[in-house]
Design a binder for this molecule. Structure first.
Ligand code: MSP
Length: 542
């Protein structure tokens, strides 16, 4: 079985019990990758790497959403058939994932056969079980949002919000999914599972929506006269599957393609016949679906009902992040208020970008990118914080002890092990911003330790040789621990630190990390700046 593991991912072995399964939303293939997409992908990558480093086999899925009227229209406007249009665009997204150094195990395209086959099997199964009915609809439709609109969606003056784009009035026959009968069950489920939707305010939002409204049944088809680009309903090929129904299924279609036994069992007897079960590939239920706040209803209402109708267990968590702005304004291409992730990465390096995204914004609230705060954190936390600590520690060991690690000393052991324990717990709970704060509090502490113990002064006094040895051991051992602690967030820097320390150790080994494994007598390599200061370089150039 071939999985697209990143080159440094070595512990996501198959053939073990249930994998941790993490997903991002799948992006509309015709969109332009921007800061918001980068954020969602990076935080999910940090979660996935964190889990792997904690020793859990992990399956991380991302990809693109390719069907629907919008894409059919854009393809037409570009003079291409829809498939060729998507083939051309999906590469942008794969390249984007590579630039972010995502450690995803697979990349789904909804136009792939392996996805389409499972969507059809699911549709057949639900149809046979009586979850769908056929009916006429008269009303309004927004192509931009790929959704039907109700009277309550109108503004007081009768118009529709510009976010819906062009709204058309239509009368159509379609297939509907009976959602209404699931309303009470879903409310009870969400109330009984406080971890199901996080953060709390998003959970309350969904509960409020379910308690104060009657759920409308969901239209799951579009007539072929209006939409051809998508998955035909297997039981009535005059209709194409609604793009959101198709897209949500990606979370189970890809595991099913590998033979996830839980999903395969739920699809037993369905047509087309799903792949054979593979007991070594158990991912479902997903541990966490990471999504943005705008697509909450699809994931916290429609998706759980689809799964319930299929007799599949619910994902353990839907983790909802906020939206980014820049300099206090909405991101907008037309006003030029954008952050181009690739430009930032080219200019400052990938780790600086990944660090800022995680450090600046907790998963939940909206965030605000400012160029000043980006540069400020680069200098304070990365250049002066981590980079300086590593540089000072290695340089002093080189200068005073020819780079050879002295005897073990445990002065910082207790503090380091507290940080390790807290980081582990925070990563397990997807509290990645808090984890960054804890790791950086240790960096600050060790930098202070240098200032307080002043090894550069002790080095001048031969009588202080033993004290100097102790300090140097504590510094270099702290650097080794930090390399492992930072790997989920800034993997390149972790690898570079281990290289400079001349250690063969793997960076994704937080599960085994403990104080004191650095061997006395080991010779470290050469320090070289991890995060060169940019303000001085600018001053010198000026
Ligand atoms: N294709 C659907 C998702 C289907 S999932 C089964 C979609 N695609 S999208 O390209 O519009 O958005 C993908 C993700 O990017 C969503 O989770 C969305 O919230 C996120 N973001 C888009 N703009 C964003 C910001 N400005 N800030 C943060 N995240 C944002 O919706």
């Amino acid at each position: 079985m071939k999985l697209a593991f990143g080159p440094e991912i070595n512990n996501a072995e198959l053939g073990m019990s249930k994998h941790v399964y993490v997903t991002t939303a799948i992006d509309y293939v015709n969109g332009q990758p921007h800061l918001g997409h980068a954020y969602e992908k990076v935080i999910t990558d940090v979660i996935a790497r964190g889990k792997r480093s904690l020793g859990h086999p992990t399956f991380f899925l991302t990809g693109v959403d390719e069907h629907g009227q919008k894409i059919q229209q854009s393809a037409g406007a570009a003079g291409l058939d829809s498939q060729s249009y998507c083939d051309r665009l999906e590469k942008n997204w794969r390249d984007f994932c590579d630039r972010l150094q995502l450690s995803h195990n697979d990349f789904v395209r909804t136009s792939e056969h392996r996805h389409e086959a499972i969507v059809k099997a699911i549709l057949n199964k639900l149809y046979a079980k009586g979850h769908f009915y056929f009916s006429e609809y008269h009303g309004f439709y927004s192509t931009r949002q790929e959704t039907f609109l109700a009277e309550r969606d109108r503004n007081p003056d009768g118009s529709f919000d510009p976010m819906y784009g062009e709204v058309m009035e239509l009368t159509e026959e379609n297939y509907y999914f009976r959602l209404r009968e699931h309303q009470d069950w879903l409310i009870d489920y969400i109330e009984a599972h406080p971890e199901f939707i996080r953060p709390e305010n998003r959970r309350n939002e969904v509960l409020g929506l379910l308690k104060n409204n009657t759920l409308e049944d969901l239209c799951i088809s579009r007539p072929i006269s209006r939409l051809t680009w998508g998955i035909p309903l297997p039981f009535d090929t005059n209709f194409i599957t609604y793009v959101w129904f198709d897209a949500l299924v990606n979370y189970i279609s890809i595991p099913a393609a590998y033979g996830d036994p839980v999903i395969i069992e739920a699809l037993e007897g369905a047509e087309p016949t799903p792949p054979a079960a593979n007991p070594d590939f158990e991912t479902w239920p997903a541990d966490v679906h990471v999504i943005g706040k705008d697509i909450l209803k699809f994931h916290a209402v429609y998706w759980p009902i689809m799964l319930k109708a299929l007799d599949l267990p619910q994902p353990k968590q839907i983790l909802v992040h906020g939206w980014w702005q820049k300099e206090g304004q909405k991101l907008s291409k037309s006003t030029g208020n954008i952050v181009d992730p690739i430009e930032v990465i080219d200019d400052w390096g990938l780790d600086a970008f990944r660090y800022y995204l995680v450090r600046e914004l907790d998963i939940g609230p909206d965030g605000n990118w400012t160029d000043d705060s980006f540069a400020g954190h680069y200098h304070a936390d990365l250049a002066n914080g981590l980079g300086n600590l590593m540089n000072r520690s290695l340089s002093m060991l080189k200068r005073y002890r020819k780079g050879v690690v002295p005897d073990r000393s445990d002065e910082l052991k207790e503090e380091a092990e507290t940080v390790i324990a807290k980081t582990r717990a925070l990563l397990e709970a997807y509290e990645i911003q808090q984890a960054v704060f804890i790791v950086w509090s240790f960096i600050t502490r060790v930098n202070q330790y240098i200032d307080q113990t002043a090894p550069y002064k002790l080095a001048k006094d031969p009588e202080q040789a033993q004290r100097l040895d102790e300090i140097l051991y504590n510094l270099v051992e702290s650097c080794r621990l930090l390399a492992i602690l930072i790997w989920p967030f800034i993997p390149n820097s972790a690898t570079r630190m281990l290289e400079q320390l001349a250690l063969e150790q793997k960076p994704d080994t937080l599960a085994q990390l403990q104080w004191g494994d650095l061997e006395p007598g080991h010779e470290v390599g050469q320090a070289s700046p991890l995060f060169p200061r940019r303000d001085q370089a600018r001053k010198q150039r000026a």
